[in-house]
Design a protein. Structure first.
Lengths: 135, 101, 130, 135, 101, 130
């Protein structure tokens, strides 16, 4: 096994009702210091984590949406969203934030690494990962 | 007056909303709070839980809707938005409050 | 009206405590009496003075303290739940031979009878949990 | 309002996976010191709390089934079980423990206060209660 | 070898078992622990989740079955009972372990 | 094999910690190496020395301590999670001006990097949560 592992962070919970979404994100940020291949998967209520237009000012909780937008700078290369979960919730890709990515060495750029994938692809991507973090 | 039921779980994750509706009487008030407010969204697979519930009145907590990016135009018709003062008012104007966790 | 509040979850992990706080505050600001806030299960963890949340986040414990000071609010931690979860005041430290306390004043540790009493004497009991 | 309130303890969670069932029972025991009319309602996964034959010796957790059997002595007069919840789980009344009750003053005795009721009755009983405790 | 999925929620309360089955590959192992063991019972409304799942192997943790009064004769056919040593063995003999909470 | 374990919930409220303990113990007894047990979210509450569970119940904190002593197990509490929830060692007490500690040795407080490192270096990471 090479030193580079494929890490997948699996997000299946809504934000704010519990802290799991936010503390999971903290792991991703810290993990950036380690050179692994990192992807995030959003399924079930986890897809709500990426919905645009959250405003926590009245609920007095920390709004961590801006942090998702910076994930490209933290070594996250792929953010996948389960299509069936999205559709069941009456949402489309247009309802989700976009996250840009740039490789500073090769200057390769991607406008948006958030990608909606079908269930078969979710299964395949999870199976391909070396480690799946659950929160 | 009838009772107030609070529901704080996403209807996609747990059956709390479904059962709060099932076990409440005609005229009951059901207040969606925390992740429960996702149940108030139009066009979801769970929409019919609320649109199909006759004789119950639904409310959703404003600050929780805002935190989750659920704009007013996405709410199921008839769901009334309340703030915390409205929550308190609902508790006081109904017979008792049951947390349907 | 006379209200009482029960909280089943600890701070930060679940939003239950946040909701309970905002509800209690709104009740007090709107002229209602809040006889007691009873912390049960992991809810007792709201009463520790040892938390240091990030500076850009709310301080859940201190928020309760400020509300209690302003309205003379009775904040009660269940003793049985507190013992299981390591919430200790001077009395508990002495009884159970612990060499430290972590309770934040004016939270106080007492028995489950305080919850029953609140339910009997209040017009409404409102529960916040997971 | 009289001094006697109708208390209902609402149990909707399975035992052991979380502590709610057990700590809820502790409230019932302490509550016996206050003269209220007490009933317990078991619905959803809460019906599992009354299933016979639990053995926690291998899982090292406290088995609180014996405590349920003594509830009649703690002032609990009614234990209701939602029929639909029971049936969905493939269970019948025969799978549940029995709890006896005796009024020490009038010597009235009941062999088993555990009663399976339909959903309409659940609704009615909850609506009739003055306070519903949720855990 | 394929992956091991652990499921610790009652299938009546949360969709964890359903989705662990849905998102696992052919040949995956699914281990029911804690309240998840209720999913291993015969004759329930959720039974078809397991009986209808082709190509997956199901396990249930012995001490959690016993704590919940689920006798061996109530188990769905084909569900294998393991103890903690068996749990460890499953973790080591599969590619990785995913907690499906 | 080399395993690591992550625990997301506190003691008593959820069974997750119990399961994690029995799993870790079985792994060690069957000759595997457990590189690290990492406590995250409310899991950090496993590391308090101030609990006094009922005498007829298991002592979850002490059970970890005994296992750690027998197998030289590395028990790590996440510092960010610990700060939010009031888990304090000497260093944290000094940094955040707290007048008490509540950590139980040999639990230690460290950063999230310890979880990442465990995931990289272990053959398997097994997560227990709610």
């Amino acid at each position: 096994m090479s030193d580079i592992k494929k890490f997948m962070y699996l997000n299946r919970r809504a934000p704010y009702g519990t802290i799991y979404a936010w503390e999971s994100l903290e792991v991703v940020l810290i993990g950036a210091a380690f050179d692994q291949e990192v992807s995030l998967m959003f399924a079930d209520d986890g897809v709500y984590q990426l919905v645009k237009g959250c405003d926590t000012s009245e609920s007095d909780m920390k709004n961590f949406m801006p942090t998702y937008r910076t994930l490209g700078d933290y070594g996250v290369r792929y953010m996948y969203v389960d299509q069936a979960s999205l559709e069941a919730r009456g949402l489309t890709a247009d309802d989700l934030i976009e996250v840009a990515w740039e490789d500073w060495e090769t200057e390769e750029e991607v406008d948006n690494i958030v990608e909606v994938v079908d269930s078969a692809k979710v299964t395949e991507l999870m199976a391909e990962s070396d480690v799946v973090f659950s929160f | 007056m009838a009772d107030l039921f609070t529901v704080n779980k996403s209807p996609f994750e747990k059956n709390s909303l479904e059962n709060a509706i099932k076990f409440s009487t005609e005229g009951a008030s059901i207040l969606l709070i925390e992740d429960g407010v996702y149940g108030a969204s139009k066009g979801t697979a769970c929409e019919s839980m609320i649109t199909g519930a006759a004789g119950k009145k639904f409310y959703a907590l404003k600050s929780d809707l805002k935190a989750r990016g659920i704009a007013d135009d996405r709410l199921i018709d008839g769901v009334e938005v309340v703030d915390y003062a409205g929550f308190v008012e609902l508790v006081c104007s109904t017979d008792k409050t049951q947390a349907w966790l | 009206m006379k209200l009482s509040v029960q909280i089943n979850e600890g701070p930060y992990q679940h939003q239950a405590t946040d909701t309970a706080y905002h509800f209690t505050k709104a009740a007090l600001e709107n002229g209602h009496e809040v006889m007691r806030v009873f912390f049960y299960h992991d809810g007792v963890l709201n009463g520790t003075r040892l938390t240091t949340p990030p500076q850009d986040d709310r301080h859940i414990v201190n928020r309760w303290v400020e509300l209690a000071e302003k309205y003379n609010l009775d904040l009660v931690l269940c003793v049985a739940a507190a013992q299981r979860r390591g919430l200790v005041d001077d009395g508990e430290a002495e009884r159970n031979k612990k060499n430290a306390t972590n309770i934040q004043e004016p939270f106080r540790i007492s028995g489950l009878g305080q919850l029953i009493e609140a339910a009997i004497q209040s017009d409404r009991l409102v529960v916040f949990g997971d």
